[in-house]
Design a protein around this ligand. Structure first.
Ligand code: C2E
Ligand code: MG
Ligand code: MG
Ligand code: MG
Length: 279
């Protein structure tokens, strides 16, 4: 996993370190301080329509550690999730997104919410409070929860999702296909968007079962007026295949990597032009 983390990234743990209680405590302590020291960053990756124009951005957290460099979320979210530290990170992310959204020319920002955050009412009160404090509208944001969280959702979690939707957030099911969400169960979930996991997008070129799965999902989504996002699109071929299968939104390195907001070259809100991304 650490090798896949990408260029310029430094690994902070391996499996063994993660299971080490003292190591986790150390990261927890550093992470808590990181919030106050301003070491967290929210990077943005475009989500585009069938014509390639930017429709929204996903906010993805990074930790710019003074010694270790840029750290990917896979290396610290799981540690934060072991305590209410995840609530603190979640609040930081939403406040950051609310502060940044003015620069996004009317595009929505999609944020990731941990299943752990959904176990407490704080997620709803925090979102409501931050919206009021910043004067933003929930309809400008999408909340992504993973399929695994949705399928294991308790009545309380479903109630919180409904409450967030009631505030005006759109809800997206992330990494769809990696969990056990039956087609039938989809009907009962309060979701507006389904994001198909990149493993299916990768398989489209050579695996007929993946093609049928994505097409079937896209057809069901159309009936239920749910948007289907293809995740992890890396090539023109994957873009074409995902489009042919019926996906209506696309995200991946082919369109742009996640970048700090300073690197997004944005046009003003009156322009109909797609947002240009500077390298
Ligand atoms: P995710 O929400 O499914 O986000 C998509 C991940 O795929 C991101 O990794 C993104 O950089 C990566 N990606 C995008 N396009 C491509 C592509 O074309 N190819 C490949 N191979 N990868 C692509 P990232 O930023 O490392 O985030 C990993 C996961 O960490 C996220 O998966 C999400 O579950 C979690 N995460 C990120 N930010 C937050 C956050 O603010 N809060 C919480 N709770 N979790 C977060
Ligand atoms: Mg996501
Ligand atoms: Mg995903
Ligand atoms: Mg993921």
């Amino acid at each position: 996993e650490s090798k896949a983390a990408g260029r310029g990234r430094v690994t902070v743990f391996d499996e063994e370190m993660l299971s080490d209680k003292r190591y986790r405590r150390l990261v927890e302590r550093e992470l808590r301080a990181a919030v106050y020291l301003g070491e967290l960053e929210l990077h943005y990756q475009p989500i585009v329509g069938p014509d390639g124009s930017t429709e929204a951005f996903e906010g993805l957290i990074r930790w710019r550690h003074p010694v270790r460099g840029l750290i990917a979320p896979a290396e610290f979210i799981a540690i934060a999730e072991r305590s209410t530290l995840i609530d603190m990170l979640g609040e930081w992310v939403f406040k950051r997104a609310c502060a940044d959204i003015g620069q996004f020319a009317g595009r929505r920002i999609s944020i990731n919410v941990s299943g752990e955050q959904l176990k407490r009412d704080e997620i709803v009160t925090m979102c409501d409070r931050v919206l009021k404090d910043t004067g933003r509208s929930a309809s400008q944001f999408i909340i992504e929860i993973t399929e695994t969280v949705a399928t294991a959702a308790t009545p309380e979690i479903l109630r919180r999702l409904e409450a967030l939707r009631g505030l005006g957030f759109h809800i997206a099911l992330d990494d769809f296909g990696t969990g056990h969400c039956g087609f039938n169960y989809l009907k009962t979930l309060p979701v507006d968007i389904i994001k198909i996991d990149r493993s299916y997008i990768r398989a489209l070129a050579h695996d007929q079962v993946a093609q049928i799965f994505v097409s079937a999902l896209a057809q069901i989504a159309r009936i239920q007026e749910v948007t289907i996002v293809a995740e992890g699109v890396e090539t023109a071929e994957e873009f074409a295949l995902a489009k042919a299968a019926g996906c209506n939104r696309f995200q991946g390195y082919f369109f742009g990597r996640p970048v700090p907001r300073g690197k997004l070259a944005l046009l003003d809100g009156r322009s109909a032009e797609p947002l240009a991304l500077s390298a």
